[in-house]
Design a protein around this ligand. Structure first.
Ligand code: SF4
Length: 231
């Protein structure tokens, strides 16, 4: 590696994260999305159904279920094998049916059948972890919080805003340190679109990416190819 390449890489890896986050926000604000308010109960159940499966499978299961039962009371009236059959397409359907039933019971017993609006309370529901709680808060209640899904977890690590080994909670904390208020809702929705179109899990489209100037992953790949070329 020549001295110029080395200096460029050192300068890059010391890059001001605040500046990079600002740039990412500018890119994400170019996406147009509507902040449609979701039905909190349906969103909660759909998010449970989406655990460890693809979106199309959980959406199909949710449609089946809600066509028959769309409230905690209605779901609890279903026989266990009927509930399992309705959500079968989501995979792990026996486990998910149990989670949904228990969640409905807790909602009725402790929250008057309504979905609670704090993270602490949501985490008391059966089968609800940090990710599901944050999705309900952000997409359901519109509360500005970072919800770390697969795209929100991957992209900031690639860019270098968050440490590659950071846990989901650490990713959330780091992003929330730099991103405040309603911008958090933009980041949640924007990174999903950006992750589907540009920064895909496999074969990211770095060549056309507006973030490449700031991206740690891109710079590393670029640096390696320069080293190979000059070897
Ligand atoms: Fe993702 Fe590549 Fe863009 Fe970096 S340059 S954000 S890795 S698409």
């Amino acid at each position: 590696m020549n001295e110029h390449n080395l200096n460029t890489s050192i300068k890059f890896f010391n890059m001001d994260k605040e500046k990079v986050v600002k740039e990412l926000l500018r890119v994400l604000k170019n996406y147009s999305f509507t902040f449609r308010k979701e039905n909190n109960f349906r969103l909660l159940i759909t998010t449970i159904l989406s655990q460890r499966t693809r979106d199309e499978n959980s959406i199909k299961a949710a449609k089946n279920l809600f066509s028959v039962a769309a409230t905690p009371q209605q779901i609890l009236k279903l026989k266990q094998n009927h509930l399992e059959r309705l959500i079968r397409s989501s995979g792990f359907y026996k486990e998910k049916a149990k989670k949904i039933r228990k969640t409905c019971e807790i909602l009725i017993k402790d929250f008057k059948g309504k979905v609670p609006r704090t993270r602490e309370e949501l985490l008391k529901l059966y089968g609800v972890g940090y990710k599901t709680a944050d999705i309900v808060l952000s997409y359901g209640f519109g509360i500005p919080t970072i919800a770390v899904d697969t795209h929100v977890n991957r992209i900031p690590k690639r860019i270098g805003i968050v440490d590659e080994k950071a846990t989901v909670e650490k990713v959330k904390q780091t992003l929330e340190k730099y991103i405040k208020g309603k911008d958090r809702l933009i980041v949640n929705r924007g990174l999903i679109l950006f992750g589907r179109e540009i920064c895909r899990p496999i074969n990211p489209k770095c060549n056309i990416c507006p973030m490449k100037k700031y991206c740690k992953y891109y710079k590393s790949v670029e640096l390696i190819s320069k080293v190979i070329k000059n070897a």
